[in-house]
Write a protein that binds this ligand. Structure first.
Ligand code: NAD
Length: 292
C-alpha cells in the first residue's frame, strides 16, 4: 500500500455521523416521544443478505432505533408479500421499510418497490422518490450515492463545477449519484459524466476527471494508467476475490497517483449504513411533520 496517498477513513466518518445521529434521535425523542423504527423484510436464507440485515440490526441498536425483522420463506407468494407491505405501510409505529433484494424470480421486484409507501421508502427505490430526485426535489436520497456525497463533503472536497466521472449506471448507485451531483445545491452542482459497460475508451474520460467514482462491480477495473492529475477516487465496488473483499479500483496502482482515495473495505460501506439510519430518522420526522 502506498503510504503517500491520502486514504479516506470511512469508518471514522461513519463513527462521527453515528454520534451526531444519537444526539439528533435523542432530541427528536424528547420533542415527540417517538423512537424511529426500521422494519426489514427478507426472503430466504441468502448468507450475504442475512449478514447485511444483522449489520442493520446492530446499527439500529447503536443509534437507539427500534428494529423489526420479517424473515419469510423464499416461496412466499407475491400477494402475501404485498399484504405484508400494506400492513407495514399502514403501521404508524413503523417509519422506514427495507425490502432486501434480490427477490426470488417469481416476485416482480418493480411491483414490490412501487407498493412501498414512498414516505417509508428509506432505500429510495420507489419510482416516486427517484422521480422527486430527478426533478431536483428529493425527500430521501439513496443510501450509497448519498454516502459518496457525504464523504466528499466531510473530506472538504470541492464538488461544485468539478468534473465527476462515474463508472456504472445502475438504478442503485451510478444513475442516482449523477442526479444528486447535478442538484443545484451545495456539495453538488458538478459536471457529470457517466460511463458504463458500453462506453468506449473509459480511460479517455477518467483521465479528465477531478473526481472518479467507481461503481461497476468489477475488481481492478480502474488501473493506474487510467488516472491523471491527482484526482480524488471513491471506490464503491465490493467484489470478492480469492476470499478477500476488494473494490473496483486497483488500489496499489491508483493510490500512487491520486490526491485522496477510499479503501475497500472501510470506505463507502460504513457510511452507507449511516445514510440508511439518517433516512429512517428523516422518515420519522416527516411523519410527524406530515411531509407525505
Ligand atoms: P450493477 O451490476 O447493478 O451495475 C453495474 C454498473 O456498472 C452497470 O451500469 C454496468 O453498465 C457498469 N459496468 C459493468 N461492467 C463495466 C465495465 N467493465 N466498464 C464500465 N462499466 C461497467 O451494480 P450496482 O448495484 O450498481 O453495484 C456496483 C458495485 O457497488 C458492486 O460491486 C456492488 O457490490 C457495490 N455496492 C457497494 C455498496 C456499498 O455500500 N459499498 C452499495 C451498493 C453497491
Amino acid at each position: 500500500m502506498n503510504k503517500g496517498a491520502n486514504i479516506i477513513d470511512g469508518k471514522a466518518i461513519a463513527a462521527t455521523i453515528k454520534d451526531e445521529l444519537i444526539l439528533d434521535t435523542e432530541q427528536f425523542f424528547q420533542n415527540t416521544k417517538i423512537q424511529p423504527k426500521l422494519s426489514v423484510i427478507i426472503l430466504g436464507q441468502d448468507p450475504a443478505s442475512l449478514f447485511y440485515v444483522r449489520m442493520i440490526e446492530k446499527t439500529c441498536q447503536k443509534v437507539n432505533f427500534q428494529f423489526e425483522k420479517h424473515a419469510l420463506s423464499s416461496k412466499i407468494s407475491e400477494d402475501e408479500l404485498l399484504e405484508l407491505i400494506k400492513q407495514q405501510n399502514n403501521d404508524n409505529k413503523v417509519h422506514g421499510i427495507i425490502i432486501q433484494t434480490p427477490l426470488p424470480k417469481h416476485i416482480n421486484q418493480e411491483k414490490i418497490q412501487r407498493a412501498l409507501n414512498p414516505g417509508k421508502d428509506v432505500d429510495c427505490f420507489n419510482p416516486v422518490n427517484m422521480g422527486n430526485l430527478a426533478m431536483g426535489n428529493p425527500v430521501f436520497l439513496p443510501c450509497t450515492p448519498n454516502a459518496v456525497v457525504e464523504i466528499l463533503k466531510r473530506e472538504n472536497i470541492e464538488v461544485e463545477g468539478k468534473h465527476v466521472v462515474i463508472v456504472g449506471r445502475s438504478n442503485i448507485v451510478g444513475k442516482p449519484l449523477a442526479l444528486i451531483l447535478l442538484l443545484k445545491q451545495p456539495n453538488a452542482n458538478a459536471t457529470v459524466t457517466v460511463c458504463h459497460s458500453r462506453t468506449t475508451n473509459i480511460s479517455s474520460f477518467t483521465r479528465k476527471a477531478d473526481i472518479i467514482v467507481a461503481a461497476a462491480g468489477k475488481a481492478g477495473l480502474i488501473k493506474g494508467d487510467m488516472v491523471e492529475n491527482n484526482p480524488v477516487v471513491i471506490d464503491v465496488g465490493t467484489n470478492e476475490v480469492e476470499g478477500k473483499l476488494v473494490g473496483d479500483v486497483d488500489f496499489d496502482e491508483v493510490s500512487k497517483v491520486v490526491s485522496k482515495i477510499t479503501p475497500v473495505p472501510g470506505g463507502v460501506g460504513p457510511v452507507t449504513n449511516m445514510m440508511l439510519m439518517k433516512n429512517t430518522l428523516r422518515a420519522a420526522k416527516n411523519m410527524t411533520e406530515k411531509v407525505y
